[in-house]
Ligand binder design. Structure first.
Ligand code: AP5
Length: 209
């Protein structure tokens, strides 16, 4: 099964992609996670990406396209994959079309702007294992500490107000128009992303069968 999960910042792409990946035994390929991993490891790519990401801008199409092409060659992608956060520009969509994979479905999570902002400002992430929390919806058992590994919870650098504003504008201008492309291909499945996490997941699974 080859899937794309699509939606604005904090629409729940990462949250749902992890669950879908587990359910179907396929890897979740998050371009944001790969880039953050490079930042943590202080690679050349990470050094370049860090400045761009913290400002809320997109990393160049060339870098991201090459990253995805290489990742999709790995053995664990033979059974399928779920792309999370890719493609998000016209050039990335066109590039993906040139690769030898037929996308079965594009899951489009719709969430209103006020709710997106509420979720982003209450998101916390474990500095160590990257588990996602939310101060409103998914609180850690102990304030500021990860339930899984006991490490500190932090705010993502790109979740700060100026970067958020930029990211939402870029989504609206460059990413949202791609929905039409996938609608015309007949693979788009729009889901109400404002329901509770488990309900969103059930609705996604129902639409796959
Ligand atoms: P990326 O990491 O992909 O960030 P994003 O697209 O901004 O998405 P988010 O991680 O903010 O949100 P999400 O939809 O995954 O929501 P989540 O599940 O966390 O990209 C980061 C940066 O990397 C980009 O800005 C760019 O610079 C670069 N980049 C990445 N890909 C690129 C590309 N293709 N091209 C160029 N540059 C690229 O949920 C959000 C919060 O809400 C969490 O706290 C969660 O717990 C909570 N939540 C989730 N679902 C629900 C629900 N149903 N109800 C209540 N709360 C919920």
């Amino acid at each position: 099964m080859k899937l794309i999960i699509f939606g604005a910042q904090a629409s729940g792409k990462g949250t749902q992609a992890v669950k879908i990946a587990e359910k179907f035994g396929i890897p979740q390929i998050s371009t944001g996670d790969i880039l953050r991993d490079n930042i943590n490891k202080n690679t050349d790519l990470g050094k370049k990406a860090q400045i761009i990401m913290n400002q809320g801008n997109l990393v160049s199409d060339e870098i991201v396209n090459n990253m995805v092409r290489e990742r999709l060659k790995a053995r664990d992608c033979k059974k399928g994959f779920i792309l999370d956060g890719y493609p998000r520009t016209k050039a990335q969509t066109e590039f993906l079309e040139t690769l030898p994979y037929k996308i079965d479905a594009v899951i489009n999570l719709y969430v209103s702007k006020p709710e997106l902002i509420k979720r982003i400002s209450s998101r916390r992430v474990c500095a160590n294992c990257k588990t996602n929390y939310n101060l409103i919806y998914i609180k850690p058992k102990k304030e500021g500490v990860c339930d899984k590994c006991n490490c500190k919870l932090v705010i993502r650098d790109d979740d700060k107000p100026e970067a958020i504003k930029k990211r939402l504008t870029i989504y609206h201008e460059q990413t949202e128009p791609l929905i039409e492309f996938y609608r015309k291909k007949g693979v788009l499945k729009t889901i109400n992303g404002e329901e509770p996490i488990d309900k969103v997941f059930r609705n996604i699974i129902e639409k796959q069968s």
